[in-house]
Design a protein around this ligand. Structure first.
Ligand code: HEC
Length: 258
């Protein structure tokens, strides 16, 4: 009886999961060569600081108009290779609203500091939806974890806008995207060639912008990836050495037993 119930609930679960995705046919995004997937099973993966710095610039100049990044603190930007003074400067470009009214009845404000988080562009979800024709721009802090094949998906989405096939009707606020489930995406193509200035001579192209901002967002969603992989490698090395030692101990013991 119990087993039956268990099978039934599994069946139900898998059905409901399938339904969740049935909203539209999902096209698998092509795999890209990311440095964070370097080596067998991504074992030697690392983040490319130059790419993340450019990606931060793309986020701040383009995506931040609609998308928050509320889980990232300015001090975390150290991982991109910025020093304390640079981080202070970046933080100070943001305005933090204190939870306190001044004598004129307005919210008191102060410049951002390294201990603050990125400020979201809208005060609440309602405002965010209203400004975007009813669609909600999700916070991007965890987006590469929240989608299957996250980095490949985000890159594919940003570069995947197409004319709709004949017979498909889009509303004024919809755009056809090959990789969005259901294809009808309420985000106008956010990037185009030449839109963001790069200081390091990297190509100022849609393709490069999409790669860099995805690299940056992958770090934002998984900032401890590098440490985790280093620890993993050490554990594997230890286990190999340990297995070798145990093997020779075993041989020695059995030799004397014979
Ligand atoms: C003008 C506002 C606007 C800008 C600028 C913008 N977006 Fe969006 N974005 C949206 C809206 C609205 C949605 C929700 C679309 C929907 O659900 O149909 C969205 C959705 C997304 C999604 C989620 C798609 C999914 O699978 O649900 C990602 C990822 C995304 N945007 C990334 C970006 C990135 C990266 C940038 C900067 C290069 C950017 N967006 C710039 C408005 C914007």
């Amino acid at each position: 009886m119990f087993i039956r119930l268990l099978t039934l609930s599994f069946l139900f679960l898998s059905l409901s999961v399938q339904n969740g995705h049935a909203a539209g046919d999902q096209v698998k995004p092509p795999s890209q060569a990311w440095s964070f997937y370097n080596g067998p099973a991504g074992m030697f993966g690392y983040y490319d600081q130059a790419s993340m710095q450019r990606g931060l610039k793309v986020y701040r100049e383009v995506c931040a108009a609609c998308h928050g990044l509320k889980r990232v603190y300015f001090r975390n930007l150290e991982a991109l290779g910025y020093n304390e003074a640079q981080i202070k400067n970046i933080a100070a470009e943001y305005t933090i609203t204190k939870g306190k009214l001044n004598e004129e009845g307005e919210w008191e404000e102060r410049p951002g500091e390294p201990k603050d988080k990125f400020v979201s562009p809208f005060a609440n979800d309602q405002q965010a939806k209203y400004a975007n024709g009813g669609a909600m721009p999700p916070d991007l802090s965890l987006i590469t974890k929240a989608r299957a094949n996250g980095p490949d998906y985000v890159y594919a989405l940003l570069t995947g806008y197409k004319q709709p096939p004949a017979g498909e009707i889009l509303s004024d606020t919809q755009y056809w995207n090959t990789y969005f489930p259901g294809h009808k995406l309420s985000m106008a193509p956010p990037l185009s060639d030449g839109q963001v200035g790069y200081e390091d001579g990297s190509p100022e192209t849609l393709d490069q912008y999409a790669r860099d901002v995805t690299h940056f967002l992958t770090w934002a969603a998984d900032p401890y990836m590098e440490e985790r992989k280093k620890t993993g490698l050490k554990v594997i090395l230890f286990l190999i050495v340990f297995a070798g030692v145990m093997y020779s101990v075993k041989k020695k013991i059995w030799k004397s037993a014979h």
